[in-house]
Design a protein. Structure first.
Length: 161
C-alpha cells in the first residue's frame, strides 16, 4: 500500500478519511484537565452601589475581605471589612470633589475662648499668695504646742489637761 502524499505537505495519514484512534482519549484528557484547572477569582471591576448605611450593613462580605461600597443616596462611601470569623466592621467616609489647580481652603479651627483655659500673671500671683497663706496656717496648726510642764520628757505626775 502506498502512503498518501499531499504535494508540498509531505506525509498525511488522515488524508483519505482515516481517523486517529487516539482522538477520543485525547478529548477526554483535555476535558478532565479543564475540570481541574484552578479557578482564578474574578475581581469585580464595577462599582458596588448600596442604598444608605442600611444597605451597606446588609451587604454580605466573605471572611477576610474588604469591600468598597458607594452610597447611592448621599456623598458617602463605606468600607466593610470582615475578620476570620466573618464578623464585619463598617467604616463610613464622606467625599467631595477636588478641582485641579485650585488651592485648598484652609481648615477653619473652631474658636475657643482662652479665658477659661489660661490665667494672667496677676491672677497667678494672687492665687499663689492665698496658697502660701493657707499653707502657713496649716503648718502652724499641725505643729505640736510647746509643753512647759515637761522636764526631761516627764510630766512629773501633773495633768496637762
Amino acid at each position: 500500500m502506498a502512503l498518501p502524499y499531499a504535494p508540498g505537505y509531505g506525509y498525511n495519514p488522515y488524508q483519505f478519511g482515516q481517523v486517529n484512534p487516539l482522538q477520543p482519549q485525547m478529548d477526554r484528557l483535555a476535558n478532565m484537565q479543564a475540570q481541574y484547572q484552578p479557578q482564578v477569582p474574578q475581581t469585580n471591576q464595577g462599582i458596588l452601589w448600596v442604598q444608605g448605611e442600611a444597605g451597606a450593613k446588609s451587604y454580605l462580605v466573605a471572611p477576610n475581605t474588604s469591600v468598597l461600597l458607594m452610597d447611592s443616596e448621599e456623598s458617602r462611601f463605606f468600607i466593610k471589612t470582615t475578620d476570620n470569623a466573618g464578623m464585619p466592621t463598617l467604616r463610613t467616609f464622606e467625599y467631595r470633589e477636588v478641582t485641579v489647580g485650585a488651592t485648598p481652603a484652609p481648615q477653619k479651627q473652631p474658636e475657643m475662648s482662652m479665658d477659661d483655659k489660661y490665667v494672667t500673671r496677676q491672677e497667678y500671683n494672687d492665687l499663689r499668695g492665698k496658697y502660701e497663706e493657707l499653707y502657713g496656717l496649716l503648718e502652724t496648726a499641725t505643729k505640736p504646742a510647746p509643753d512647759n510642764n515637761r522636764k526631761g520628757g516627764r510630766d512629773n505626775g501633773k495633768s496637762s489637761v
